[in-house]
Ligand binder design. Sequence first.
Ligand code: AMP
Ligand code: MG
Length: 484
Amino acid sequence: MTAVPPQVARLQHHFAEALPELALPSEAASTPDPRIVVLNEPLAADLGLDPAELRTPEGVGLLTGTVVPEGATPVAQAYAGHQFGGFARLGDGRALLMGELVDAHGRLRDLHLKGSGRTPFARGGDGFAALGPMLREYVVSEAMHALGIPTTRSLAVVATGRLVHREEPLPGAVLARIAESHLRVGTVQLARATGDVDLLRRVADHAIERHHPEAAGAASPYLALYRAVVSAQARLVARWMLVGFVHGVMNTDNMTLSGETIDYGPCAFLDAFDPTIVFSSIDHGGRYAYAQQPAAGEWNLARLAEALLPLFDDDEDRAIALATEALASFRAEYGAAWSAGMRAKLGLAVDDARADDLFAPLLDLLRDSHVDHTSFWRALATAARGDAEPVRGLFLDLPGLDSWLAQWRALGPDPDAMDRVNPLHIPRNHLVEEALDAAATGDLAPLEDLLAAVRSPYRAVAGLERYAEPPPADFGRYRTFCGT
Ligand code: AMP
Ligand code: MG
């Protein structure tokens, strides 16, 4: 195996060194005909990587795992997870942690590959990923980042030249993903399940060091770590709810300790507002429906507390009492973050509670009239400017809306502030599908346009007006899939 010239990337291996029990050395599969489909040049620069170097054969090798920098140790990470409520021991079945990079701000970031071939955790899977779903993760994670929502990033998607077999043969691809880390609730759960308290402590120490260093100085560092994760996740899920994002597979292996959104499998954004909506083809019970997300997050954090218990106190009853109290802050923090966000969406100051009684009736109106969530908030700003017709055009129940509007407008909302927090562009389902269909035929223009739109969430882009429109009436019910 050739080595990447040092100027392409210097990789560290803190995770593999600190937690060898959870790091299985593994190798990427060969790539018959690798070709970069998208490269995130601004992100590359932020990571101190030269986009031109990444486009060389060595760079493409790094992005697919077939070329390993000297001293690097690619590993598949072991973790556990409650998947739809059932506990399982898992691990990266088709992914590799290449190592960590020091970015331009001095922060450690994981370079991780998805779709790079089978690992010891692959079970029945082929270890590969198809091009469409990897581009989907690229687009949606870029959109989330542009919206200011904590997320893993996508550095590149490389088509491998290998066909992968799903219901039909599809072009294969590798996604290069960047994250603050890939430590998950499930990582802690696996450490706990081994019964090795020293390993559990090292996982927690590693999480403190990488994500919540302030916890190290607390009277009880592990409880402080837990509180920090609860807080980060409460604020994250509030952001999802405010923008209409449905994650789709909030298993504990898909919830990070850093508070970044991870795993863009079956996720989708709401078009018509519907609290019960589910996009994932496997979520038959609606466990991860839009409005269930705060409860799902809280449930996952209860599992995290159970896993960390031995570190909270030697006395189990005392440890449980501490954990229970810390978990209780989830509801308060979630509620505070969501309310502040709703006030901002309504054009009020984040600490102005006068509109709080208007939240619930508004959500009922949106649901009952099947209103397009994203269009609504921009039309509402137009109403704040004095023209209520665009927003009235979205509703069936006009008397109900008019009475709500009168109460809200009496509070003096600021329309310009609304347009700074309510996106015009989200990665709408019909646009994502259109871009992926075109990319499958080799036409990348719609993907580039969609990326340009979602990278400008709050401002119109000349020529891309249709990217701010709701789906056509015949778009129908949208379905998403896992493990693609
Ligand atoms: P996800 O639903 O994407 O979080 O995946 C759940 C688990 O299945 C993870 O541990 C993945 O690594 C594994 N997995 C998904 N697809 C494949 C595949 N094609 N080959 C091997 N493992 C896979
Ligand atoms: Mg996952």
